[in-house]
Design a binder for this molecule. Sequence first.
Ligand code: AMP
Ligand code: FE
Ligand code: FE
Ligand code: ZN
Length: 276
Amino acid sequence: MFADLHLHTHFSDGTYSPEELAAEARRRGISALALTDHDSMEGCARAAAACARHGMEFVPGIELTAEHAGAEMHILGYFLDPAHPRLGRELARFQQTRQERIREMVARLNQRGVALRAEAVFALANCRSPGRPHVARALVQKGVCRSLDEAFERFLKKHRPAWVPKYKISARHAIELIHDAGGLAVLAHPGLNRNDDVLPDLVGAGLDGLECWHSKHTEAQAAHYLDLARRHRLLVTGGSDCHGTSKGPPLLGSVRLGWDYFLQLKAAAQRSGAAV
Ligand code: AMP
Ligand code: FE
Ligand code: FE
Ligand code: ZN
């Protein structure tokens, strides 16, 4: 038995609905999954119901956009309460600033002669947590770019004309917020951050775990983070970070977290009082 604890739906920048995600996960032999949309838990209720129908365990989760020492990082939250009032207020702020950011990106594209309306991006995104991938899809749909990659390369990457920085909270704040909402905080894909020096600070701030296995980690990175997790006494998680079908074949189930690690995560959540 195995788990995939890093997944996106169309409630952020994935392509699957929660029901499609659960059905596809079942086909791939997954026994437990976590939904970790960017700055949103909108899809969790539907994903929980779909997983229950398929006899799979479901973990309500999130991937919060955060920063520490000037570097962006993503903090995963697991087993948090989607109905927690303060969490709801803070997520509303994320979602409002994401929408303002889309308007700013579109304004910059317009200044460069690209005809696009923010409403077209919102209609295509159809979620409260829109991001650059939705602008990229709109540019492809309009025929301005031939591929999502081209849209990022020409317009949306950092230092390109339509790039706009994203609202982030401090990693310390993210960890504290996740704890307040009854969850466990895990540093996402540390191998992509290329800076392990932040780890002691994050552990000091209460970080609970490290995403050792990720589809973009090499075997050597996974081994390295397993070792760091052991030394800092952190929980070990893993997930594919599947975004559906937008970036080639779906990654769902390509990272398999062993069941013992999943049980340890669950036990820790129970100890910290989460409704598991
Ligand atoms: P945002 O949160 O709005 O800054 O967008 C970040 C998302 O864009 C992440 O989920 C990335 O996977 C996606 N992304 C970044 N670069 C590319 C690219 N070259 N092609 C497609 N998606 C990308
Ligand atoms: Fe994403
Ligand atoms: Fe991420
Ligand atoms: Zn992700």
